[in-house]
Design a protein around this ligand. Structure first.
Ligand code: NAD
Length: 487
């Protein structure tokens, strides 16, 4: 009888130690559909232990100087960078994204997150004003909040987790992080580097498991005064309810239904490849991905023809294939959900220009049960359709014509989300005018996903509450106090 290969078992990381859990859940390789590791199914008990450890570690860590904390963060960045290839392989296998993307985006950005906040924490200043007629001066001081609860999603696992851990630590908080149960491996690998980087036990605790069990235990814990959450809008609603009785500080980075607005004077040679990328990068599983493309009528036919041709070249392949632009979706359930939107569009009379149900997907035999799907372009769809209103979070984008600037701004703003938008035009006046009127936390004009980490990141309306970035994250992860001195 052939021996069954032992599955990798992850462990929680609490108080500087790896601890087994009493129960586990399966985690799947999206490119094959096979179980390949098991994740602790933690709950309240593990959160209580992590809170205890984080509370003990807080006085020591918060009283270090920003320079001392910065050194630890930089060391962690160096160690992550030394493990870049190993981490990229793990991220790609766990999430389904291409190895190329994990190597060039996810892991380098995780390294950069630590370096960025290691540097930015050294440059904050406080405010001071005087009231000479009353013999007073006023100034502000900032102090770390305490134990930071950090909850992250599966689409950019280490990238988004470190985007929270780094500023929380830099500002002097201790941390309890809960990555997505679907993608826990790189967070567990990060735990192995903490001690080497000089992170004292209890400063960073990582507890694995599902949202309803361990996530809710973290959010409802009275000694965790702050929750930074990135994920979906329904989960944010639940988190808001659970934290309300404790008046917790909340940062919510949620979904989007992001428009691209393409005017007739756009440079299509640049716009088309960028819009293919903005629609389908990471299988369309980025909160910033374009999912509604508005094209001015005079160029609609040309745009559509060239866009569909370019989409057909966006190759779906196994994540390790260097020629693949896109890998597998995160899970079977998610694949089915994304497909159901295409079916719904068809039932409403929309046209599928390429992808799902139109073209053929070619995969090796061992990947036939993987969660793959072709990039799909939908046209002839009404703005009221759920495909134009709801976040699909997969490789599906809708293209629709428009006449005027006024009309397109109104249509772009007609959804509940307001995260990211792109505007393509060579008319500088129009670019500023339109960008200003869009209800969107981020607007890229004539480009997509060029990030300046110093500046605020986040969404309006149902896309979230709060912003992240150098100053915004520092403000969130600290409490401010105004002191008045009369002399
Ligand atoms: P999700 O809301 O299902 O899960 C996110 C995290 O919350 C996971 O760790 C999950 O286990 C946890 N969780 C689930 N239920 C919980 C509960 N009741 N209490 C506490 N924690 C709970 O989201 P997802 O499917 O993992 O991620 C996709 C979503 O994330 C999309 O909507 C996407 O747009 C959004 N997203 C937003 C950004 C951004 O920066 N705005 C970035 C990436 C992803």
């Amino acid at each position: 009888m052939a021996a069954t290969k032992a599955l990798l078992m992850l462990e929680n990381f609490i108080d500087g130690k790896f601890l087994p859990c009493t129960s586990y859940i399966d985690s799947y390789d999206p490119s094959t559909g096979e179980v390949y590791y098991r994740v602790p199914d933690s709950g309240k008990e593990e959160i209580d232990a992590a809170v205890e450890a984080a509370r003990r570690a807080f006085p020591g860590w918060s009283s270090r100087s920003p320079q001392e904390r910065s050194q630890v963060l930089n060391k962690l960045a160096d160690l992550l960078e030394q493990s870049l290839e190993e981490l990229a392989q793990a991220e790609s296998k766990d999430q389904g994204k291409t190895l190329t993307l994990a190597r060039t985006m996810d892991i380098p950005r995780s390294v950069q997150n630590f370096r960025f906040f290691a540097s930015s924490v050294l440059h904050h200043t406080s405010e001071c004003t005087q009231m000479d007629h009353l013999g007073c001066m006023h100034y502000t001081v900032r102090t770390p909040v305490g134990i930071a609860g950090l909850i992250s999603p599966w689409n950019l696992p280490l990238y988004l987790l470190t985007w929270k851990i780094a500023p929380a630590m830099a500002a002097g908080n201790t941390v309890i992080a809960k990555p997505s149960e679907l993608t826990s491996v790189t967070a567990w690998m990060l735990c192995k580097l903490l001690d080497k980087a000089g992170v004292p036990p209890g400063v960073v605790n990582i507890v694995f498991g599902t949202g309803p069990r361990v996530g809710e235990a973290l959010v409802s814990h009275p000694e965790v005064p702050l929750i930074s959450f990135t994920g979906s809008q329904p989960t944010a609603e639940r988190i808001t309810q659970l934290s309300a009785p404790h008046c917790k500080k909340l940062s919510l980075e949620l979904g989007g239904k992001n428009p691209a607005i393409i005017f007739e004077d756009a440079n299509l040679d640049e716009c088309i490849p960028a819009t293919v990328r903005s629609s389908f990068a990471n299988q369309g599983e980025i909160c910033l991905c374009t999912s509604r493309i508005f094209v001015q009528k005079s160029i609609y036919s040309e745009f559509l023809k060239r866009f569909v041709e370019a989409t057909r070249k966006w190759k779906v392949g196994v994540p390790s294939d260097p020629s693949a632009s896109m890998g597998a979706l995160i899970s079977k359930a998610h694949l089915e959900k994304v497909r159901s939107y295409v079916k719904k569009a068809l039932s409403e009379g929309a046209q599928i220009q390429c992808g799902e149900g139109v073209d053929k997907l070619h995969l090796p035999a061992r990947n036939q049960a993987g969660y793959f799907m072709l990039p799909t372009v939908i046209t002839d769809i009404k703005d009221e359709s759920c495909c134009m209103k709801e976040e699909i979070f997969g490789p599906v984008t809708c293209v629709t014509p428009f006449d005027s600037e006024e009309e397109v701004i109104q249509r772009a703003n007609s959804v509940k989300y307001g995260l990211a938008a792109t505007v393509w035009s060579r008319d500088v006046g129009r670019v500023h005018r339109v960008a200003k009127q869009l209800q969107s936390g981020l607007v890229w004009t004539n480009c997509w996903l060029i990030r300046e980490l110093n500046l605020p990141f986040g969404g309006m309306k149902s896309s979230g509450i709060g912003r992240e970035g150098a100053k915004d994250s520092y403000d969130f992860f600290t409490e401010i106090k105004t002191i008045t001195v009369k002399h």
